[in-house]
Write a protein that binds this ligand. Structure first.
Ligand SMILES: Cc1cc2nc3c(=O)[nH]c(=O)nc-3n(C[C@H](O)[C@H](O)[C@H](O)COP(=O)(O)OP(=O)(O)OC[C@H]3O[C@@H](n4cnc5c(N)ncnc54)[C@H](O)[C@@H]3O)c2cc1C
Length: 270
């Protein structure tokens, strides 16, 4: 059985700036990294491989340089890597992205049964968390989001039990597979590739699929197939705080003043 892991190459956002004139991300010279949540999705797929003997395929839609990211996944132990790259796919929103990824997964399932699609909870550039559920809906798979533990897989009954991390509580859910599982960072700790694995991955083959291979209607992919777009992007302005009292020179007086101000603003009500 195949576990497909969807991974996206993203700008290292701790270093990304927004162009104040065009309101777009300044991407020039910005290092690219594997979306952090996707590193956990890949790690979890590799753990499923170790425990159940599944095969792991990694899938990424992106520009040609995303091949490097896929090679890193091969170095970690993925069995197969596919880069979906075509000018026709550029400028895709989440709808068009899930459409292309779902089509590629469906193509993979023609050769081998796909049991699970693992995704990160969200990316750190688009941040929408829509692509995983979008893939599940298109393929008719169960969707299990915000998963922080895969508890059990029963191959005979075709069921999977997972724990979902919600605000202030956990939820244990059992579902049939094939399933799309989107993971949070707490699900696991990452492994590191050994030197021989790194060396082997240099010669490993990344398969490239363009739209000649997928054969999607050009009106349903890329910019043409994208009903949403980012009209403006900006960092919220920081408002300068006011210093109250004499600070550490008079801690009691400063604390009293602070409590008064918080009461004035009805933050404290006692
Ligand atoms: C700053 C910014 C804001 C954006 N805002 C929007 C928006 O509001 N609405 C919108 O429709 N589009 C938006 N986009 C476009 C968006 O980047 C693309 O649609 C993108 O391909 C997928 O959306 P996402 O990054 O939000 O992914 P998410 O839905 O957050 O990603 C969830 C998971 O899906 C998988 N995945 C996502 N993209 C890929 C991929 N290309 N290849 C393989 N796996 C993938 C990964 O496992 C990932 O962890 C935005 C882009 C940027 C840079």
């Amino acid at each position: 059985m195949l576990v497909v892991t969807c991974i996206k190459q993203v700008p290292d956002t701790t270093q990304v700036k927004v162009d104040p004139v065009t309101n777009t991300l300044v991407r020039d010279g910005i290092p690219l990294i594997l979306n952090p949540y996707d590193t956990n999705a890949l790690e979890e797929a590799l753990r499923l491989k170790d425990k159940y003997g599944f095969r792991v395929a990694v899938l990424s839609m992106g520009p040609p340089n995303a091949e490097l990211t896929l090679r890193k996944a091969l170095a970690l132990g993925a069995d197969e890597a596919i880069l979906i790259s075509d000018r026709a796919f550029a400028g895709a929103d989440t709808l068009a992205t899930s459409n292309v990824l779902a089509c590629a997964i469906s193509k993979l399932s023609e050769k081998e049964e796909v049991g699970f699609v693992l995704c990160g909870k969200q990316t750190i550039d688009g941040d929408t968390a829509q692509v995983g559920p979008g893939i599940a809906v298109r393929l008719g798979y169960s969707q299990l989001t915000f998963v922080d533990r895969i508890e059990n897989i029963e191959a005979g009954r075709k069921t999977v039990r997972v724990r979902r991390k919600l605000e202030g509580r956990h939820e244990v859910v059992e579902s049939f597979f094939p399933a799309m599982i989107s993971v949070v960072r707490e699900i696991n700790h990452l492994r590191y590739p050994t030197v021989p694995m790194r060396l082997n991955s240099k010669d490993a083959r990344v398969t490239i699929w363009d739209n000649k291979v997928l054969g999607l209607d050009p009106n349903t992919v890329g910019l043409k197939g994208s009903p949403t777009w980012v009209s403006k992007i900006f960092s919220p302005e920081r408002t300068k705080g006011q210093i109250l009292g004499n600070g550490m020179a008079d801690p009691e007086g400063t604390a009293r003043l602070l409590v008064e101000k918080l009461k004035e603003k009805e933050v404290l009500t006692f």
